[in-house]
Design a protein around this ligand. Structure first.
Ligand code: 13P
Length: 328
């Protein structure tokens, strides 16, 4: 597992469900067909910047079963670039106790048998995403605890199947809340998560945490500095995350590509923590590549360059060696 985050490497989250992929493709007016999704993922996995910068790739169920037009399994493309294949195993969200807003994650019932199948297909790690929303009367403790309980049950089942679980409790950026509200929600969530992981006897040294950074909501009006986000995120992690957890790989959650990189770099420059601090970005690794590709084969090289650049920038950030001059 240390391999995934060795020498500043991080994770490419390419596990968008088909509805999410459609949303992304709509922004470039490309139809979300099985073939187009395959072509796009193939483009990413064949990019030069996978090598040395990306230690693992999270796939969606459809993708782990796909091959390139010349018959190479996408899983093998990933391995050729010396990255480990992983798989999203949750089945998306459903309302928490009839709430209009709060959600719990589905997919625990048949998880054991699906893990067995994915392991045979070459998956070495997995991801389960829980979602926590901030608003006037939430997150409720009940919703936090239910999600944490499911994350812990998931992690135990995955470890029993000889794979590494990534636990992802995402406090959403949606809303106009301030950074303190995000801090509080993230802190409550992480505390409940680690209590439940302990209760389920999950092996913490064999687990990866994929949290949000502590930021204000996306509709919050004031500008908050990079250093404030870095400091508040680290303070929150120090408060709740055990020292024997090996790695924390952040989601980007709707932050722009450069801002995500800057935050990660700032945290690694501050240092003083026992975990590897790296990335598991979806949008913050792919946005430029997607906007360059536009579904056209003549743009594949340029799109791969855009992706390779972002992968390298995030590796630098995971080492605390990024600077704005490298972006030009
Ligand atoms: P973002 O980096 O786009 O938030 O995606 C990461 C992810 O895997 C969300 O579940």
């Amino acid at each position: 597992m240390n391999y995934i985050v060795e020498n500043g490497k991080g994770i490419l989250a390419a596990d968008e469900s088909n509805p999410t992929c459609k949303k992304r493709f709509d922004t470039i007016s490309v139809e979300s067909t099985e073939e187009n999704r395959r072509d796009y993922r193939q483009l990413l996995f064949q990019a030069e910047g996978m090598l040395n910068n990306i230690g693992g790739v999270i796939l969606f169920d459809e993708t782990i079963r796909q091959s390139t037009s010349d018959g190479t399994a996408l899983v093998d493309l990933i391995k050729q670039k010396k990255a480990l294949p992983g798989i999203k195993v949750d089945k998306g969200l459903t309302p928490f106790e009839n709430s209009d807003i709060e959600k719990v994650t589905q997919g625990i019932e048949d998880l054991d048998s699906r893990c067995e199948e994915y392991f045979k297909m070459g998956a070495l790690f997995t991801k389960w995403r829980a979602v926590i929303s901030i608003g006037n009367n939430f997150p409720s403790q009940g919703c936090i605890d239910e999600n944490a309980k499911l994350l812990a049950r998931y992690a135990k089942i995955v470890q029993n199947n000889n794979m590494v679980p990534i636990v992802e409790p995402e406090v959403l950026m949606d809303g106009s809340h301030n950074i303190q509200e995000c801090y509080d929600a993230t802190s409550r969530t992480l505390k409940s998560l680690f209590q439940n992981l302990e209760k389920e006897n999950v092996d913490i040294p064999g687990t990866i945490l994929k949290p949000n950074m502590v930021t204000p909501g996306s509709d919050y009006q004031e500008k908050i500095s990079i250093e404030t986000v870095a400091n508040e995120t680290l303070r929150c992690l120090h408060e709740s995350v055990p020292e024997n957890l090996p790695a924390i790989t952040f989601l980007s959650g709707g932050q722009s590509e450069t801002v995500s990189t800057e935050h990660l770099d700032a945290m690694n420059k501050i240092g003083g923590f026992p975990w590897k601090l790296s990335f598991s970005f979806g949008r913050a690794l792919q946005a430029g590549a997607l906007q360059t590709w536009l579904g056209k084969s003549e743009n594949v090289d340029a799109a791969q360059s855009a992706f390779s650049h972002r992968a390298l920038m995030n590796k630098k950030a995971a080492l605390g060696q990024w600077s704005i001059n490298l972006e030009i």
